[in-house]
Design a protein around this ligand. Structure first.
Ligand SMILES: [Zn+2]
Length: 316
């Protein structure tokens, strides 16, 4: 029986007194959606009709579904890391994969946790970090996307993702996906309450080799309609004395619907945004992550210093 069902009011955050680090619900009772006063239901994030008790997949030894770091950050910036984690919840038994496979890029964006940690400090920006691997549920996909629980990733069959039942799918969504979406919404709501239109920056990393092709870019800047951050950011990165190869919508395109976090939370709201992809061999060490956090900070600083940036985008 969950706390909500027993009438215990779920804890809510005091927005005037944010702790430095906020984590998502880890205990089974906090994920019951049967109660109408569950904040996740009230937010509309739980789809209509899904009102029965669904047990969370998050066990007592598992981490929370998200962590918000530097929650008191003063910058008008929100950083997000959809793919920072390679953790599989105990209940899913590694999805049938060997441990070594979970160290590879199919499980997470190598180096991005360190990179975001440093960048969050440099910019004094709040960051929302995912708690689980993209193989459990890909947080940068819409729920309609077939690759949201990928059966195959970079030619590797994911045994635990074959023929997932509808019930199991709902359980994953409500344990990992919905709390993460809610965490980003919660962070954005905090800006709204202060009448601030923040800049939204998603950080990813890409594998240097893909299907036999060596990717030449150091960094990729992904964007679609709103050029306010991407164009000046690319200009500054290209002017760096080390002569970096900067991909304009490479190795992935921001125009592709798979870039769900940006599309859903930022583009749809007209918030200035960019998705930054760093090549993994550049950030897979502490030194590399620190160096690239500094490089990105230097390039972003001027772009983000423009007070005119913090407005809702009015497209033509
Ligand atoms: Zn990614």
């Amino acid at each position: 029986m969950c706390a909500a069902c027993t009438g215990v009011t779920p804890c809510s955050l005091d927005r005037d007194d944010y702790p430095a680090v906020i984590t998502g619900p880890t205990q089974k009772e906090s994920l019951c959606f049967a109660q109408t006063n569950n904040p996740l239901r009230a937010s509309g994030l739980i789809l209509a009709g899904k009102v029965k008790h669904i047990e969370s997949m998050i066990g007592p030894e598992d981490p929370p579904p998200y962590t918000i770091i530097n929650a008191q950050g003063q910058a008008k910036i929100l950083l997000v890391g959809d793919h920072v984690s390679n953790v599989i919840p105990g209940a899913l038994e590694n999805l049938g994969l060997k441990d070594a496979m979970l160290e590879q890029h199919i499980a997470y964006d190598i180096g991005t946790r360190k990179l975001i940690n440093h960048l969050s400090q440099h910019l004094d920006a709040t960051a929302v970090l995912a708690g689980y691997s993209r193989l459990v549920v890909d947080l940068n996909r819409s729920l309609e996307d077939n690759s949201v629980m990928p059966e195959i990733s970079d030619n590797i069959v994911i045994p635990g993702n074959q023929n997932i039942s509808e019930e199991h799918r709902k359980q994953r969504i409500q344990s990992f996906y919905t709390p993460y979406r809610k965490a980003i919404d919660m962070a954005l709501q905090r800006f709204r309450e202060n009448n601030v239109v923040p800049a939204f920056i998603a950080i990813h990393s890409f594998t240097p080799q893909m299907t036999g092709f060596s990717r030449p870019w150091h960094v990729g800047i992904l964007w679609d309609k709103d050029p306010r951050i991407p164009l000046p950011l690319m200009q500054r990165l290209r002017a760096h004395p080390d002569g970096f190869n900067i991909g304009d919508n490479e190795p992935y395109s921001g125009k592709h619907p798979a870039d769900y976090t940006i599309d859903h939370h930022a583009e749809a709201a007209g918030i200035p945004h960019v998705s930054i992809e760093i090549r993994q061999d550049l950030v897979n060490t502490e030194n590399g992550a620190e160096r690239w956090a500094s490089i990105l900070h230097d390039a972003l600083r001027d772009v983000l210093a423009d007070p005119g940036l913090y407005r809702v985008w009015q497209s033509l």
